[in-house]
Write a protein that binds this ligand. Structure first.
Ligand code: GFB
Length: 325
């Protein structure tokens, strides 16, 4: 059985559980939902460990949300993915299975699952359309995370098919913005470069080291744009097929580094550390499906970078791993 959900879906007056509200994505979703007239509920890791089924079910049974946005996940950049495979596979499998099953038990009216552009094959034709899923081998550095996210997509589709649950799935491209992780050992490239370039400028260093060859191409979406797209999908989308969320534009890591240097006001050089992995050579989403539905990303990369750098400067003192140089 395939559910035909209510469209447009009404958020006003509903109780929305944003799982993972302390992360960059969950926090942006909360900011965006503030103007929707809905009630939001959240649960920190101290209140419920979503990797534990009994805890998740008990929490969901007392919270009784009408809508769930599944932004809880163990995430990180290329090195964290490659070096902590258990965390990326086990945590994400458990979290998504527990949250989807518990949401079904309490009979939510809508469920939004979040995947990632790394679910697509390493050498998928570019830009990557939704139907590229499961057509080829994955990028080895993030296969653990990708397999977990693919399982989550399938579980959402399975609940929709077997139990008529209005579960939908969005696949965001590489994200950045306020609340990102600036810890160099675990972060993605964009916050890493903002921090490295800022530190080099502060210390007067004449070079910044980039991992890999600098030639991989990536697409970057401002996290508040993602949150806006997710609210749009909650209201206007009800179908088993996954939906890509991106800008439709990419650039090389070296081009990104130069843009970061410009935003930070740094005049030094970039050196390449080729002992570090490049990852997939190109990751650009085909955003045609979402554009046809009526949504496009409004924030140009340069503007998003400036806003993120301002956030970094304002919040550097309370970043998890201490202040930058
Ligand atoms: O953002 P990132 O860590 O992850 O790295 P992926 C993107 C590219 O930037 C790679 C290069 O080619 C890195 O080698 N890079 C250059 C750097 N300098 C740095 C640096 O200082 N730090 C980092 N982190 N990278 C992730 C997946 O892949 O994308 C996740 O591992 C997730 O699972 C995420 O899907 C969206 O784009 O390669």
């Amino acid at each position: 059985m395939t559910a035909a959900g209510e469209l447009p879906f009404r958020l006003a007056g509903r109780r929305v559980f944003v799982a993972g509200h302390r992360g960059m994505v969950g926090a942006a979703v909360l900011r965006r939902l503030a103007s929707e007239g809905c009630e939001t509920v959240t649960a920190g890791r101290d209140a419920v460990d979503l990797r534990r089924q009994a805890e998740t079910e008990a929490w969901m049974a007392q919270a009784r949300p009408d809508v769930v946005v599944m932004a809880a996940a163990t995430v990180g950049g290329i090195l964290a993915n490659d070096s902590r495979p258990v965390d990326f596979l086990y945590d994400n499998l458990m979290i998504e299975a527990n949250v989807i099953a518990a949401a079904h038990r309490v009979g939510v009216a809508k469920f939004l699952f979040l995947g990632s552009s790394c679910i697509y094959p390493r050498l998928a034709p570019q830009p990557m359309a939704e139907d590229a899923l499961l057509t080829g081998p994955l990028e080895p550095t993030n296969q653990w995370y990708a397999v977990a996210k693919i399982a989550g997509i399938k579980l959402a589709q399975a609940y929709r098919r077997q139990h008529a649950m209005d579960a939908i799935s969005a696949m965001p491209t590489n994200l950045y913005g306020p609340g990102d992780n600036f810890d160099l050992a675990a972060s993605h490239v964009l916050p890493a470069l903002l921090r490295k370039v800022h530190d080099a400028k502060t210390r007067g260093d004449d070079a910044v080291v980039l991992w890999g060859s600098g030639s991989p191409r990536r697409e970057f979406l401002y996290v508040d744009d993602l949150a806006d797209a997710l609210v749009f999908l909650l209201k206007h989308y009800s179908s088993p097929e996954i939906v890509n969320v991106g800008t439709g534009e990419d650039l090389t890591i070296l081009e990104l580094a130069r843009m970061v240097a410009d935003v930070v006001g740094y005049g030094g050089r970039f050196e390449l550390d080729r002992t570090k992995p490049d990852g997939t050579p190109r990751k650009l989403l085909d955003v045609g499906r979402l554009a046809d539905l009526g949504w496009r990303a409004p924030t140009p990369l340069r503007d998003g970078l400036e806003r993120t750098y301002r956030w970094f400067l304002d919040n550097a003192g309370r970043l998890r791993d201490g202040a930058p140089a």
